[in-house]
Ligand binder design. Structure first.
Ligand SMILES: CC(C)(COP(=O)(O)OP(=O)(O)OC[C@H]1O[C@@H](n2cnc3c(N)ncnc32)[C@H](O)[C@@H]1OP(=O)(O)O)[C@@H](O)C(=O)NCCC(=O)NCCS
Length: 509
């Protein structure tokens, strides 16, 4: 990504963050990202999330010559560039965000709504699922009604339903208002967003369990996937509350977790993100656990009552993974920026629960090309890799393998079969081995090479060549031996670029 060739005039705005609500805050990925994505840099509404790339961003020219501000600008550029692969990886994906009424009451909620607007601007399809426990409690207390709670679930009587509906309705209105009023006093001011809520959830009664009649408490029976998807495609944010209607027109009080898991599953969402009062899941010695698999979550929950938000979120996470949602994140609603940090930085901010290996090495697909180009362009600009156009990559995609980590391409490499001649009846060329700078020195380069060597063996190739300008030692350490241009198969030798003057290495398989 380069701003240098951008034809737009220099940005007339003040230096980054001055005169903004973020002025004076510590520099970091969150603030850099928020600043660069202010609406004066972005079109108010993106015509199509898929078509939008970096071109709408005007060139950012440093206005100040003050050394401190220059350093800050450099850091913004650095953070923004590091975020770019994540932005591309998330565009067009569907995320379901779950948060309770406690989050809505929290001082940080305004920032969360702002970050939701930011994600929306980046082409992420968003479904917000909110709870309303404290607000319902408050309403019922005012009405002088007490409702029993069994196993973390409220018994909803007919007389308490009004208090439930009022609380759910007012939260929905609050979120809609915050999103649609253009987020005054925030860097997203002017980015008007259409939020939609509706009759999207069909419910059924929870019934009588353990001898307790739960009354108008229900569970999700169906999700209107078509209607929600249509709204998401029309660039609306969809809001789902913890209520649903039965086929007979009765309203039921639902668990927000149930709504979120059902919606995420039915919509085949890419992520379910649960915002709770903790940073994530902690080990016994109070370390934040970065990654867990559903089985570990189940073990953690064994024998425990789901009587806290974290435990309910963990249960929802395990359930969602089992029902096919690839990734569930448990993060904090109280910490400013936790959502952005989780989605746009390498280590995130909370706990990721996933069935999949977090990272996998696999054959490349056409959809990976955007991510591969992100990875390869800086190395091409440095002259380390030979420049490849998008068209060329499309034609040669079958030769490539990639390492995908949480939806982002962090490594790639190619194996090209070479035309045979008398000296080299069956040989191939390893090319374009690249690992994202943030992920180097973790054996990924070695894994890519081993993967391709196995692939070459399966294809019956006997020898591998590699042409490199700067990575000779690395290949030698991986068993390659110095060779010469004359050792290459004749047809490949004819294509050798003498100006580039790469060193040739080979390895017998
Ligand atoms: C070469 C590259 C793919 C290695 O990826 P990686 O995931 O870091 O690889 P590994 O973790 O398996 O190996 C890391 C080791 O290789 C070393 N290494 C990395 N690049 C090297 C280079 N150019 N020359 C010599 N050694 C190198 C590292 O110092 C590290 O050594 P250490 O374990 O002793 O600290 C990565 O550095 C990269 O993308 N480089 C830029 C692109 C490139 O040069 N590609 C090859 C052209 S085809």
């Amino acid at each position: 990504m380069s701003f240098a060739s951008d034809p737009h005039p220099p940005d007339p705005e003040p230096p980054p963050l001055a005169n903004s609500p973020l002025a004076g805050l510590p520099v970091g990925p969150l603030h850099a990202l928020r600043h660069f994505l202010q609406p004066h840099h972005l079109p108010a509404r993106l015509p199509s999330p898929v078509k939008w790339r970096f071109s709408p961003l005007p060139r950012v020219t440093p206005v100040s010559t003050h050394p401190f501000q220059d350093t800050m600008s450099e850091q913004y550029v650095h953070w923004f560039r590091n975020s770019a692969p994540y932005i591309n990886a998330h565009r067009g994906k569907t995320f379901v965000l779950l948060f309770g009424g406690e989050a809505v009451n929290h001082d940080n909620f305004h920032n969360i709504v702002h970050d939701i607007a930011l994600l929306h601007s980046l082409g992420i399809r968003l479904v917000l699922v909110h709870g309303a426990r404290p607000q319902i409690d408050e309403n019922l207390a005012e009405m002088g009604i007490t409702t029993p709670i069994h196993n973390g679930l409220r018994v909803t009587t007919r007389e308490s339903l009004r208090g439930v509906l009022d609380a759910v309705g007012s939260i929905r209105l609050e979120i809609e208002a915050l999103l649609s009023m253009g987020l005054a006093n925030s860097p997203m001011f002017g980015a008007k967003i259409d939020a939609i809520s509706g009759n999207f959830i069909t419910a059924k009664p929870y019934g009588v369990r353990d001898g307790v009649d739960f009354g108008l408490t229900g569970e999700v029976r169906a999700v209107d996937v078509e209607a929600i998807s249509k709204n998401l495609t029309n660039h609306h944010i969809v809001i789902l509350g913890p209520t649903g209607y039965s086929t007979t027109g009765e309203v039921f009080n639902l668990l927000a977790e149930d709504v979120a898991v059902s919606a995420a599953t039915a919509l085949k969402a890419d992520k379910l993100i649960c915002l709770g009062d903790r940073d994530g899941i902690q080990s016994n010695d109070e370390r934040l656990l970065r990654e867990m698999i559903p089985n570990e979550v189940d073990q953690y929950l064994r024998g425990k009552k789901l009587d806290s938000e974290l435990l309910r979120h963990m249960h929802a996470a395990s359930e969602a993974c089992r029902r096919g949602v690839k990734r569930v994140h448990i993060i904090s609603y109280a910490r400013d920026g936790a959502l952005v940090q989780e989605l746009f930085t390498r280590d995130g901010s909370g706990t990721l629960i996933t069935h999949d290996p977090y990272e996998e090495i696999r054959e490349a697909e056409i959809e990976d090309i955007g991510g591969m180009l992100e990875l390869m362009r800086p190395l091409e600009e440095e002259g380390i890799l030979v420049r490849r156009s998008r068209e060329r990559l499309e034609n040669e995609i079958n030769h490539f393998v990639v390492i995908e980590r949480d939806g982002m391409i962090v490594g790639c490499a190619a194996l090209y079969p070479l035309p045979s001649d008398e000296r080299n009846p069956a040989s191939g060329e390893i090319a374009c081995v690249a690992v994202h700078t943030n992920y180097r020195n973790g054996d990924r380069g070695t894994e890519l090479l081993e993967f391709l060597e196995k692939r070459a063996g399966n294809k019956g190739l006997k020898k591998l060549f590699v042409l490199t300008t700067r990575t000779a030692l690395w290949f030698i350490e991986h068993g390659f031996k110095a060779a010469s241009v004359d050792d290459l198969p004749t047809e490949r030798k004819q294509l050798y670029n003498y100006q580039r003057n790469s060193q040739v290495f080979s390895k017998a398989l």
